[in-house]
Design a protein around this ligand. Structure first.
Ligand SMILES: NC(=O)c1ccc[n+]([C@@H]2O[C@H](COP(=O)([O-])OP(=O)(O)OC[C@H]3O[C@@H](n4cnc5c(N)ncnc54)[C@H](O)[C@@H]3O)[C@@H](O)[C@H]2O)c1
Length: 365
C-alpha cells in the first residue's frame, strides 16, 4: 500500500515540529543530498506552457528512490481563487517501482524553497547579515522571511509588493509568527533594497520583469532570486549578473540556462552549480565586497529531499493513511480477477450500506 499524505497531515507535522525545526531538518536533508549530487539521475523538468501559465513534471532518482513533482505556475490564478503554485508528488522504490508515498507538495514546496534559499545563503551571504529586502509578498514570502529570521539571524525585513494587500497579509502573518522580527513597509523596491544585506525577489509575473536594476545593487549584497523560474520569466537586470566582483550560483545548470536569470546570458557565461560548494569543490563567498547571486529556479532534488523528510516525520508521528493507488493482489498476475473481485466486494458493500439506510429509515418512520 502507498502512504497518502494530505495537506492536513503536513499541517500537523508543521504544528508538531514548528517551522524553524522543519527548516533546520530540511536543510540537513538537502545538504546530505546535494553533497552526493553525482549519485542522482538528473534531468531538466518538462514543461507544458500556455499563454497564462505552465505545468511541469520534475523527476529525479538515485539507485534506491525515485521522486517526481507535479507543479504549476499561473500568476493570474488569484482571479480564480487559486494559488499561483500548486503541487503534489510521489516517492517510489527503485527496486520494484512501487509508489511508497503520495503527498501534497504545495505547502511543502514553500518550505523546501525557503530551506534551499537558506542552504545557499549560509555559504553566500555575509555572516553579519541582519537586514533582508523581500520583494514579492505572496504565498512564498512568509516562508522566506521566517527561514531567514530563524536560520540566519535576519532581524529586519523590508517588504514591497505592487499589491499592497499582499504586503498587509505578510506583515500581519509575520507579526503573529515572529513578533520579535522588525517589519518595515517600503514605498518601492529601491527603498526596500537600499542598505539591505540580502535581497530576496519572489515575484510572479509571466514576463521578463526588471524587479531589481543594477543601480540598486550594493557591494557585499547577496541576491536570492527565487521568482524567475521559467522561460520568459525573469526578475533581474542582466547587467547585475555581468557586473565586476559578482558571482552567480545555480542549481542544475542545464535547467537554469532555460529557466533562470541565465536566459539572458551567453552560453559561455560562467556559473557555479551550488552542489559543488556543498561538496567542498567550489568556494562560496570570498570577500565582504563581493556580490553573490543564487539564481534559484527549483530543482527536482529539492523535492526528493522534502518528500523524504515529510515521509520520515509522518512515520514518526503515525500520520497519513494507506491507499491502494496501485492494486494490492494475492496473485500479481491476476489483474482481471482482482478487478472483478473488487467490483464484487464494492457492490456487496454498497448493498450493505443501502440496506442499513433503508432499515434506519424504516425504524425512524
Ligand atoms: N525557485 C523556486 O524554487 C520557486 C519555488 C516556488 C515558487 N517560485 C516562483 O516564485 C514566484 C512567487 O510565487 P508565489 O507562490 O509567492 O506567488 P504569488 O502569486 O502568491 O505572489 C507573487 C507576488 O508577486 C507580486 N508581484 C508581481 N510583480 C511584482 C513587481 N513587479 N514588484 C513587486 N511585487 C510583484 C504579486 O503582486 C504577488 O503578490 C512565482 O513566480 C513562482 O513560480 C519559485
Amino acid at each position: 500500500m502507498t502512504t497518502l499524505l494530505t495537506t492536513h497531515d503536513v499541517a500537523r507535522i508543521v504544528a508538531t515540529h514548528g517551522l524553524p525545526r522543519m527548516f533546520s531538518r530540511l536543510v540537513d536533508y538537502l545538504e546530505a543530498d546535494f553533497a552526493r549530487w553525482n549519485d542522482f539521475d538528473k534531468t531538466a523538468r518538462t514543461a507544458a506552457h500556455s499563454d497564462v501559465g505552465v505545468i511541469e513534471l520534475m523527476p529525479v532518482a538515485d539507485d534506491r528512490e525515485y521522486s517526481f513533482k507535479f507543479v504549476n505556475g499561473h500568476p493570474g490564478n488569484y482571479r480564480h481563487g487559486l494559488s499561483t503554485v500548486m503541487a503534489f508528488g510521489a516517492l517510489a522504490d527503485v527496486e520494484t517501482g512501487m509508489p511508497t508515498v503520495l503527498s501534497e507538495l504545495t505547502m511543502t514546496t514553500a518550505i523546501r524553497t525557503a530551506a534551499t534559499s537558506i542552504m545557499a545563503a549560509k555559504r553566500l551571504a555575509r555572516k553579519d547579515s541582519k537586514v533582508m529586502a523581500l520583494i514579492g509578498n505572496g504565498a512564498q514570502s512568509e516562508f522566506q522571511a521566517l527561514a531567514f529570521h530563524h536560520m540566519l539571524g535576519i532581524a529586519e525585513v523590508r517588504l514591497y509588493d505592487v499589491d499592497p494587500a499582499a504586503t498587509d497579509k505578510l506583515a500581519a502573518n509575520l507579526a503573529g509568527a515572529a513578533p520579535e522580527l522588525r517589519v518595515v513597509r517600503a514605498a518601492d523596491t529601491a527603498a526596500a533594497v537600499r542598505g539591505a544585506d540580502i535581497v530576496t525577489t519572489v515575484t510572479a509575473d509571466k514576463k521578463n520583469a526588471t524587479i531589481l536594476t543594477a543601480g540598486m545593487v550594493e557591494p557585499g549584497m547577496h541576491i536570492n532570486a527565487v521568482g524567475g523560474d521559467c522561460p520568459g520569466k525573469t526578475e533581474l537586470d542582466p547587467a547585475i549578473l555581468t557586473a565586476p566582483n559578482t558571482r552567480t550560483y545555480v542549481e542544475f545548470e542545464p535547467q537554469s540556462r532555460i529557466e533562470g536569470e541565465l536566459q539572458h546570458m551567453a552560453a559561455d557565461f560562467q556559473v557555479t552549480e551550488f552542489w559543488r560548494v556543498v561538496a567542498g569543490e567550489a568556494r562560496g563567498r570570498t570577500g565582504n565586497d563581493e556580490v553573490t547571486i543564487f539564481d534559484s529556479v527549483g530543482f527536482a532534488l529539492e523535492d526528493y529531499s522534502a518528500l523524504r523528510l515529510v515521509r520520515d516525520l509522518a512515520s514518526e508521528l503515525k500520520l497519513g493513511s494507506k491507499t491502494d493507488i496501485v492494486p494490492v493482489m494475492a496473485d500479481p498476475k491476476d489483474l482481471f480477477g482482482h478487478l472483478v473481485g473488487t467490483q464484487a466486494r464494492d457492490v456487496t458493500q454498497g448493498q450493505r450500506i443501502l440496506d442499513a439506510v433503508a432499515t434506519a429509515a424504516a425504524v425512524a418512520s
